[in-house]
Design a protein around this ligand. Structure first.
Ligand code: PLP
Length: 365
């Protein structure tokens, strides 16, 4: 398929101060869009960023048949014949996951290779929008929506696959800052058999109330428990979660993360952290871990670090945890050595500042 490119005649001014970018507030000059109808994806276009024309009856607006991905493009100072390199991190895994989400949502799959090609074309079209300052990047948001104007409940016949892009600042402009997290006891995000493993819009609507209650209690984010026993930790907000446990002098540190069980989102950062820790000879276990176990480990002085992982934050240390009326401080509310090393290594690879021994980076330019 050939991508039709129509360039804007009115390019926007790029943000003058990259330290003020924040997250997801401004968008580049162009977007990618292709359509699915009559059983095929067709008419791929790169066009000026602008509003969609949708019927108010469009199915996505009523029944949330929509999925998305989140990834980033990084400007690498290592110059490529005078020009900066622009790198992606494991992008094939994102499009693979998009199709997993599509299958669960009865959305027709996209050709993963073509989707990556379209993404690269779009980034090249707006390459000057990839930020230059340390820690800043171009956030990429591919998504699919059901657009038939129809109020019956069934899978749609027409879809749009769209990619928009937003320059974003360093998540922690002042350095890694531990977050305070409240464990949600009343609401659940997902259950096994539901859509928790998919990046599907409805999951996030379901999670907003937990975020709101956590914030009302003076915490920044919510930690979800499993939907069946309400005992085992699943993930944090839109991050996967890890625990570093001191096993005593001879046994070193064990890294524990909840095993993927159908209701947890299989993060690409999660997978990368597991692979890196194993590469470093650390003992990584994917298993069920109860909230009570975490509090017991803390009481015994064995809970060294807790951290979240995700594309937006990379690695986010957790400084405090609350469950009901129990509250604990982790590592004195300070960032731990493992979180810091993971953050430095992952961002080092993403920005091309460290050698990529894992083969994770993908060059756009
Ligand atoms: C996207 C997401 C993550 C993190 O996935 P990455 O691929 O590492 O960005 C974790 N949990 C939820 C619920 C998510 O939506």
């Amino acid at each position: 398929m050939n991508i039709t490119i129509t360039k804007t005649t009115a390019p926007k001014a790029k943000p003058a101060d990259e330290s003020q970018l924040g997250f997801g507030k401004i968008f580049t000059d162009h977007m990618f869009i292709m359509e699915y109808s009559d059983g095929t994806w067709h008419s791929p276009k790169i066009q000026p960023f602008g509003n969609l024309a949708l019927s108010p009856a469009a199915m996505v607006l009523h029944y949330s048949q929509t999925i998305f991905e989140g990834m980033k493009a990084y400007r690498s100072p290592q110059s490529n014949g005078g020009e900066d390199d622009i790198l992606l991190f494991r992008p094939k895994d994102n499009f693979k996951r998009l199709n997993v989400s599509a299958e669960r949502s009865v959305i027709p799959p996209v050709d993963e290779e073509f989707a990556l090609k379209a993404l690269c074309e779009l980034i090249k079209t707006d390459k000057d929008w990839v930020p230059r300052s340390a820690g800043a990047s171009l956030y990429l948001r591919p998504y699919i929506i059901a657009v038939d104007p129809f109020l019956g409940v069934r899978p749609a016949d027409k879809y749009y696959f769209i990619i928009i892009m937003s320059p974003v600042g360093a998540y922690y402009p002042m350095g890694l800052n531990p977050v305070k997290i409240a464990i949600e006891e009343q609401y659940v995000r997902s259950v096994k058999g539901g859509m928790g493993f998919a990046k599907a819009g409805g999951n996030y609507a379901a999670s907003l109330i937990g975020q709101k209650t956590a914030q009302a209690a003076g915490y920044e984010q919510v930690m979800w428990l499993d939907g069946v026993e309400r005992k085992y930790i699943e993930e944090v907000g839109s991050m996967n979660v890890f625990f570093a446990i001191d096993k005593g002098e001879d046994n070193g540190t064990e890294i524990i993360t909840p095993a993927l069980n159908g209701s947890i989102l299989p993060g690409i950062t999660r997978m990368s952290v597991i692979e890196l820790c194993r590469e470093w000879g650390m003992n990584v276990t994917e298993r069920k871990i109860a909230a009570d176990e975490v509090f017991d480990l803390h009481a015994r002085g064995a809970l060294k670090e807790v951290f979240g992982t995700g594309t937006a934050v990379v690695v986010s240390p957790v400084g405090a945890l609350k469950l009901g009326d129990r509250a604990i401080e982790i590592n004195g509310g300070q960032i731990g050595a493992i979180s810091q090393k993971l953050y430095d290594t992952l961002t080092g690879i993403q920005y091309g500042n460290l050698p990529d021994n894992m083969g994770w980076t993908y060059r756009v330019i």
